[in-house]
Design a protein around this ligand. Structure first.
Ligand SMILES: *Cc1c(COP(=O)(O)O)cnc(C)c1O
Length: 368
């Protein structure tokens, strides 16, 4: 048995891959693979419409929001957020954007936004985290938000650092959230946000699809030089078909949405995700060999970084894990250590197998 703990592109539900394999050469008797179809033909129109409707249902997205299927990933959206919203500024250009820095991905968003206006860091975990042993989201009360900011940006789940908001913070300006590694892993209230964006390849589907959920009253404020194919209003008015969408990635994401619905939806999935994360964190907190360095109330359910207190054991650990079929546990190069990504498609059996292996490894390392 193989369990793949990759942070992204990541594990997909086996049933989805089996169905895609069965339909690979001939989708529903059409005689064509989805990859070969016109994106404007009747077959793909059904695939797209169902994917949009299923995603809207799964997240209970209100009618006052558009769902866009785009390309370019979250890194492109880091630029497209300011490019599409800067026109909201009442003080003229350059506009001011508020950012909360909670780790590697929000830092990247800040640097990109600074190219299109004034990216103000309202709170910075990296600056205030004196105690490296317990990283945490800066207290909401300490955020220095700007009066004139057109939006407040957060990274809902820091995929590399393993830090996750448990609730949407209350702010006055529209809240913009990068949910690349947490969308559909937990129940959210979409109405708390102005914009939600996510690359699909962590928790949803293949790389190539980018999801943007945007409140309709925020459309129409793009800077004049925003490329048409990346102008949210243009994409919305063309039903995500202004340019050729990533058809196969949308098809697979659509199968994942149906898989989620069969499993009982996001609320049921959230309970499984809580149980999976608890299993691993409880073990880490009790261990004398391994440790997690995030304050418990800010810990990610999707990406769980951990360190071996004896760094010399890193390589032997990864080797032994691989021998047990536990793959891609090496942490991101910028933080080192290990990381287990336990997205929706990771069954609880995978986390049980990981914890049993770690217990065994800890026991053996104590004997030598
Ligand atoms: C992976 C990831 C990104 C980068 O996504 P791309 O698809 O490579 O652009 C950005 N933000 C978060 C939170 C991520 O997990």
């Amino acid at each position: 048995m193989i369990y793949n703990f990759s942070a992204g592109p990541a594990v997909l539900p086996k049933e989805v891959l089996q169905q895609a394999a069965a339909e690979m050469l001939d989708w529903h008797g059409s005689g064509m693979s989805v990859m070969e179809m016109s994106h404007r033909g009747p077959e793909f129109s059904v695939i797209l419409a169902e994917a949009l409707a299923d995603l809207r249902e799964l997240l209970a997205v209100p009618e006052s929001y558009e769902i866009l299927f785009m390309q370019g990933g979250a890194i492109a959206e880091n630029a497209l957020v300011p490019l599409n919203l800067a026109g909201l500024s009442s003080t003229g250009q350059p506009a001011t954007f508020d950012y909360v820095c909670t780790g590697s991905w929000s830092l990247k968003s800040i640097k990109e936004a600074g190219r299109y206006g004034h990216a103000h860091v309202a709170a910075d975990m990296l600056a205030t985290a004196g105690d490296q042993q317990s990283a945490a989201i800066p207290d909401r009360a300490a955020w220095q938000l700007s009066q004139e900011a057109v939006y407040v940006h957060i990274c809902a789940n820091e995929t590399i650092d393993g830090i996750e908001y448990q609730n949407a913070p209350e702010v006055t300006a529209p809240l913009v959230a990068d949910m690349s590694s947490s969308l559909l892993s937990r129940v959210i209230n979409v109405a708390d946000y102005g914009v939600i964006y996510a690359g699909a390849q962590k928790n949803i589907g293949p790389a190539g699809l980018t999801i943007v959920i945007v409140r309709k009253d925020l459309l129409g404020y793009a800077l004049p030089h925003c490329p048409s194919a990346f102008n949210w209003q243009t994409v919305a008015s063309h039903g995500s078909m202004y340019n050729t969408p990533p058809t196969y990635a949308i098809y697979i994401a659509g199968l994942v949405f149906k898989w989620l619905k069969r499993r009982g939806g996001v609320a049921v999935m959230e309970q499984v995700n809580i149980a999976k994360a608890k299993l691993l964190y409880d073990y880490l907190d009790a261990s004398t060999l391994f440790e997690n360095r995030v304050r418990p109330d800010c810990r990610s359910r999707m990406n769980i970084p951990f360190f071996l207190r004896d760094e010399a054991l890193n390589q032997p650990f990864l080797k032994a894990a691989g021998d047990h079929g536990l793959l891609q546990l090496k942490g991101h190069s910028s933080v080192g250590g290990m990381r287990a990504s336990v997205y929706n498609a990771m069954p609880i059996e995978g986390v049980q197998a990981l914890v049993s292996f770690m217990q065994e490894f800890e026991l053996l390392s104590g004997l030598s």
